[in-house]
Design a protein around this ligand. Sequence first.
Ligand code: SF4
Length: 374
Amino acid sequence: MSVCRAPPLSVNSKVRTAVKTDIRSLQFPELEEQVRELGLADYRARQIVDWLYKKRAQSFDEMTNLPQEVRARLAERFTFDKIDVARVLGSRDTTRKFLFQLADSNLIESVLIPASPALYGSRSDRRTICVSTQVGCAYGCKFCASGLEGFSRNLRPNEIVDQIIAVERATGEKVDNIVFMGMGEPLANLENVMGAIRIINAPWGLGIGARHITVSTSGLAPQIRQLADEQLQIRLAISLHGATDEVRNQIMPINRRYNLETLLAACEYYASRKKQRLTFEYILIANVNDSPDQARRLGRIARRLGAKVNLIPYNTVEGLPWSRPSREQQEQFVSILREAGVAATLRREKGHDIDAACGQLRLQTKRELQPAAS
Ligand code: SF4
């Protein structure tokens, strides 16, 4: 088992933002301060955020109620990076997967999930978007396509928020539920993720309630405690995928750093500070974590924390040896949990046909592009 190659927290945000900040990475008070520094009237800050998040401008030139000279000064001080849709898979009634190209040509993915029965405590008529937080991932979970090519960089707040804006623009649909479960480990980029969440939640930003925002982690215990101390009542989902250290060690290198006991203690702390119930994500992998014994142990853990369990049958990834359990085994696993009094759902994998598992579309596209590039 490889040692976890986790990067330090927020590797690049300070360095990059010291050079030139993207205007959509700023919180409103920071924008007000910058507007003042530029010698502009205070009301300009309000006009600018309206252009950014209500009218969804894509350049300073579109901000037509600002004098040309003001727009030029903003362009001098800030970047306004766009993310471009490189590819879309899926259709209106199904899960749709978006591959985005960032300003530096890196590729990331977002997934739009249509109405699903109460996935993360939300109502069943909600449209959920699953966003990425890093380019690649350093955590190397053995079942995941995102980790296959390692970690490139953290996403900045604007690049996280822009995934939502770009999906809404491309589909004409309003997203009302956000899950941080795409490519990357959100809590390894906590500062930028929190910056994005504040913009998503703020009335001057996207105005989406904290209860409709779920952050997922593979188990970074110290950052779970940090998140617990944040004021916002966001939801937390733990990618557990194993109910013992033995199983987690086999598929999730992070467990060597923060074992189950350490992780569950951090979860208990989180649960004690927040009103929402925790969710355990559990990808069912044949002959790895799908035994009745794992189900019983998972049931005990979920009961102890008052957590819900989302079971996700494994989505095959080319190049990885794992497979999904039979339908009967899936049903048996969920029955054991329910008999133990745990609220458990077995997700009918909506994106199976379009490689919806985390990181797969990006990987596939990179592989297709490689021969052409060489
Ligand atoms: S499951 Fe999440 S944390 Fe693990 S390698 Fe994939 S993206 Fe990273």
